[in-house]
Each structure stands twice: as structure tokens, then as C-alpha cells.
Design a protein around this ligand. Sequence first.
Ligand code: UDP
Length: 448
Amino acid sequence: MENITNKKTHVLVLPSPAQGHINPIVQFSKILASKGTKVTILTIDFVCKALLLDCGPLINIESIQHGPFPQESVDNFLEWFQSLILEKFRAIIDKFANSEYPVKVLVFDSLITWIIDLAHQLGLKVAAFHTQPFALSAIYYHIDHEDTSKIPFDGDDVVKLPAIPLLEKEDLPSFIIESDAYPTVKRLVYGQNFNFKKADWLLFNTFDVLEEEVINWLGTQYKIKTIGPLVLSTYLDIEYGSSLIKPNYETCKNWLDSKEIGSVVYVSFGSLASLGEQQMEEVASGLMMSNSYFLWVVRATEENKLPEEFMSKAKEKGLIVNWCPQLDVLAHPAVGCFFTHCGWNSTLEALSLGVPMIGMPQWADQPTNAKYITDVWQVGIRVKVGKDGVITKEDVASSIKEVMEGKKGVILKENAIKWKKLARQAVDEGGSSDKNIKEFIQDCNALN
Ligand code: UDP
């Protein structure tokens, strides 16, 4: 393990309270800690208990205690989270100010822009940590956060933006299309533009060659640092002293071990997306109709939407689990493709492990990620959506066939292997992301 910090640099890390946001920022924290930086993750008791917060031995946790909190909507929960952190933040910084390791730098999830002013007032430098592709920030960059209705559509409903492929409506982030589904989430998402104006560093979980064009366009105007892919280092054969939580590890491994190379479709829609009952049934029937085995993550809260007797009927072809060690699964030779909601972590994980994808995006950045997966990186296809917005079992089955059995699948696999190599190069010693992380640490050290 390389130690490049010899001063008492202390970085406080503030993640958003959602699994897909926590995983990459914790991974980044582990990298900083492995290079000698003192890292404390600031979070709340609920996150410690409910989410998989696997920080390993090198990282400290500062968890705020709290009473009951709003659970009826994501928006109310996020408002509550904001008030709680703002109320306690000064006391936490003060506590460390009197210790051997005063906090000099705050790394915050890019949605938490409401912390920037307070952190600056307290004398900290701040780094906005983006858990979405750089292209998404470039798209939001064009939107006036005071007037979110303005997006440069032309007459054909095609959005033309510099250094971004032509985007049709179905490719745009959902916050642009669905006006008011989650007002607080939308405000936070658009608020990320403040980071360009106010943050001292802009960190992105992506890598240079993956988003070369858009990074060359907007990235050069700001102090951005690509630091990804932040896929658990073990899978990129780099040791950062992580300890892995492996839910259902043995069950998945034994089942996958019994299958032939490339014969299994791994299906997961991430930690948040919730399919309608009809859509669940179509996916379930489509998987049964396909010629492939399948490993499907159906979260406990979604299970009641599965068709009657599906579990017993699917026994021969499929394994259904509530959660799995996704990286282990994607890295397993039996897995031939990933039927995914195109969450950014899942996308980067599949790219980094060379697994072709079938995209079934649900919301947020996922439609745009799907566009890049199919048209820019050419590592997957997007499943066709029917007129009523539902994807049919026939389309589920035929997409699987196309990737698992068709000529297209061979090309996608070749491209996926190419990206796997490039991802590895970015994080290897001397690679673009490795250099950027080291520079960031040196910048932090210089503050002492
Ligand atoms: N994940 C996992 N096990 C599962 C499903 C997902 O470990 O059964 C992890 C996955 O590896 C990824 C994260 O959960 O790191 C999901 O993040 P993503 O950005 O793909 O989607 P989100 O959950 O934010 O919609």
C-alpha cells in the first residue's frame, strides 16, 4: 500500500443517504485512506443500520443519532436529512478542530450543495463528488436552475448540445421529462450546477477516455478530476485494504458455478427502482421464455409483484435472490450479459468487468446512460418499450436472445472487453484517474 500523505491531512466525507451514492464515495474514501489520508465518513444512524455501509478498518465513522424521521416520501426524507446535517455540522467540525487532526477538506456528494456555504464559512475547502457520468452534469449545465422548464429542444424533439450525442426524449434524464414527480430530488439534481460555481474541486466517478468528447469540451473550463471507475478495487486487482460484505455469496456462487460459461443473464434494477406489477410479470415471463438461465435480484419489497407460483416454476432456470454481491456475479464466467436499469454504478461495474448489457432504464440518469451504452460505447442494446410504456415478455426474451445468441452479442462482448482494459488502465499506476487522485491528495496536503 502506497502512503503519499505524511502530514495530518483529514478529509471529512459526506455521502447522500442512498445505496448507489454510498458505494462509490466509500470506495473513494478507502483509496484516500490507503494512501495515508485520515478519512471520516459523516452519516446518520439510519444509514449505518439500513444500508450496506462497508467502510473497512481504515476509515472512521461519525454517525449522527436521531429520532423518528419521515418515511412516507423520498422528498420529505431528504429535507429532514438536510436539516439534521446543517444543525450538527458546525459542532462536528469544532470537535475535530480541537483534536490532533482538524478537518481541512470536505468531500460531499454532489447533490448536497446546501453544505458548501457553511463549509466555506468554517474554513474548509470543498470537493463535489459526482456519482453520475460527466455527460449528465454537462446536460444539466445548460439548464437554468431558476427556470427548469428551459431545455433546448428543437422542432423535432431532439436535443442538440455541444459534445453530447443527439438526444431524443427517451434519452433525456427523467427530471427533464417528468415535471414534478420528485420536486426536492429535482431541485437537488439541478442544484449541482452550483458546484461549477462554488466547489474547490469537481470529482467524477468516470474516466477520461470513456467521456473524452464532453470532458474535453466542458471539463477543461473547470477544475474537474476524473477518479473512476470506483469499482471495488479487488475486482481491478488492486489492493486498497477493503473488506467486502458478500450477501448471499455462497448461494449465488454455487449456483453460478454449476452453469456453463456465458449461459446466465444477470438481472437487477438496483436499489431503488420499483417496477409496476404488470411490468414485473412481463419480465418474469420473458425470462422464462428466453433460452438462458437467469439470476434475478428481486428486492424483498418487490417480491409480492411476482406472478403466482413463479418461484417454484422458475426453479429449473433461475435463481431469485433479494440482494447479491453484484461484482462477484458480474465477474463470474457463467454470466453472459446484464439485464440492467442502467444505474451509473451498475453501468460502470459492467464496463469494468467486460459484461455486455441489455438496458431497461427507469428514471434519473438511467435513460441517458442507456443511450451511451448502446450508441457511444456500443456495449449493449436497449429493450423496446411498448406504446403503453410497458415492455412485453416477447421483447424481453428477444433482447436476451440477441445478446446471448446472436452475432450482435459477439460484437458487444468484444467492445465490452475493450472498455474493461481501458477502465483498468485508468486506475492503474500512472493512469488518468490514478494521477488525478494523487493530485487531489497532494492538493489536500498542501493545505496543512
Ligand atoms: N448492488 C448490489 N447487489 C444487488 C444489486 C445492486 O451490490 O443485488 C449494488 C451494485 O453493485 C451497485 C449499487 O448496488 O453498486 C446500485 O447502484 P446503481 O447506481 O447501479 O443503481 P441505484 O441503486 O442507485 O439505482
